[in-house]
Write a protein that binds this ligand. Sequence first.
Ligand SMILES: C[S@@+](CC[C@H](N)C(=O)[O-])C[C@H]1O[C@@H](n2cnc3c(N)ncnc32)[C@H](O)[C@@H]1O
Length: 662
Amino acid sequence: MASTKNDGSTIFLSEQEVSRIRSTVQNRIKQCESIRGQARSPRDKKSSISEATGASLMADMGGMPDPDMAEGARGAAVPALAVGQPYPPCVIPLRELELMKIKDLVLDTHHRGRRLKVKRASPVVTLTARSWTMVQDVEDGGDEIERLEMCLHKTRHGEDVLELNAYYEIKEPYFTINDQGEPTLRIDHPSDLVLYRDDLPKSNDPASKDAAAAEKAAKKCKDKGNAALKEQDFPEAHAKYTEGLAISKKFPDADACVDLARDISRNRAHVNLILQQLDEAKSDAKAALIGKDDERFKDLDSKAYYRAGSAAYALGEWDEASTYFQDQLRVAPTDRSANVFLKKIGQRLEEQEKGTHDLRKIRAGLSRERPRVDAATYNGNTEIKDSPGRGRGLFATKKIAAGEIVAIEKAVPAVLGFESEALTVMTYDVRDDRIRVAPAGLEKALVQRLISNPSLIKKAMESFGDYEGDGKGIFQNEDGPIVDVFRIHDIIARNAFAAGAQYGEENTGNTSVGFWPYAAMANHSCLPNTKKEYAGDLIIVRASSPIAAGEEIFGSYNEAVDFDTRQAALMTTWGFECDCKLCAAEKKDDPAVRKKRRDLASEADAFVQRESWADAKRLTMRKAQNLARNIDETYNSERFKDLPHLATQTIQEWLSKASPRR
Ligand SMILES: C[S@@+](CC[C@H](N)C(=O)[O-])C[C@H]1O[C@@H](n2cnc3c(N)ncnc32)[C@H](O)[C@@H]1O
């Protein structure tokens, strides 16, 4: 059996399954090399569509095995994905890309500088980690048909983007083969697929004719947006408002168009708040401001300030939020909602400055329905500095007593085990030939959060990851936000923490995980000076021993008692060999001594499982004491003088509970 471990969750795969995953990927890579540069073979339109239609039906009915699923030995099936062949997303605006045709596609090639205009020609086949459909070339009379596959990041606001849209423009198309050897247009980065709900934009749009025509068309869009909002179809409402805004903004000198643009912006700000698109909610709300001394307009401006303030608050921009709510009070002095927010902002600012979080109240307020915390991030005791040999690290700026808070941070984001977004996958990384567990649900949630809020992309990309992208640092262009999903994968691989089961049972398929970029700056030591706690999506880092000013903050990434197990896990998941004092001492142990210690520790584990400390007899106590002594004797007294004997901890804990009742 091979096992792969990620913070307490172990998925067992048979050696056979591991080699199946490995050889599938390696065969694809080999095949890609041999077909690279070859011309595409045309597909038969009718049979391709009927094949996709059948596959879609089967997938919907659950009648077809998902080819990505790996069989876990304990019956747990998880998707197995290949990683480690990153390519950058397209950063060129759509209008600068040269139009190409499906028939000109070349195998295993990124068609840089080109774009394709396509229309969906079949239903969508929805698999766990990807979706695919057949698309036809819009420019070529629709005769040429090809498969389009969207990998992992295939949903937007919880809906499958291929399902939702009929028309697409593919930026710098990547035409390759999938693991089943099927030629396919492959999309990994969401920004490489430009989506159109109804139709592709027309160049001779009648709404472009004059201001009156534009106003009429934009008003129609606004009404459709309002209707969708009423139906709670928020993505549709957003799409209609966006269309209306684009039309109304074509005539910036026409008063009617300008007024309409303000109205639509105000409405879109509301939808954006619901969709958690906070950057745009803020800019829309600001664009909606009228600024006239007239009661009716003041009412509208009060709404706009409230929306801008709410967006800034949700982004954790407390000072900015405060300004908007104060402005709201200026135009609507009796508004209660602004005062409620201003009071909350006061609490957040205090938390941010002093770490005065009321953790007992925070914990008591958590439930499955409200699993996220309204709290500020606190990092006033620490700073980020270089940690020689370990990249950057976290350092205390003042003396911190044992038990004191080191840092508190809100996740950006967290996916909790009971949420439908939770998804664990197995990855086979072609770079180092290793199989790992990856929290794909968290990767998806982070990508969504960043696409929704491009102001957060640069900061997130500063976290440590093996792949650093194309180095261009372009995270947005005129087409929208750009998130390199391969970079996010590598960042999550090195920076995510498992938050433990929060509500009820969790298993390997649905571990609670989060991305806390500040807390993740703390490096690992097997002799850590902090401990992590979690409350919903909040991480609380507490000193587990006194920390001097200037001292480095260390957490433990892996608490395995056995040296070899710990080192293997640190190398597999985090890519380093630990050289802390404990590891340096254990490294010098004879392998036979380490094995003896491991065997005795297993014996102690079994003992603790078997024997209850509550009514332990004298003889049982003696057995435990002997076991503890035998384990202690495997530690060289000179070398381990000031170091903990990790392997005795379990039995010592049992003894400390049993002793007082003898
Ligand atoms: C969560 S990040 C910690 C912050 C990181 N040092 C940085 O510069 O962003 C985890 C990565 O830090 C490095 N690291 C953490 N602890 C280490 C240690 N004890 N020795 C060497 N490298 C370490 C490894 O590269 C690991 O994958």
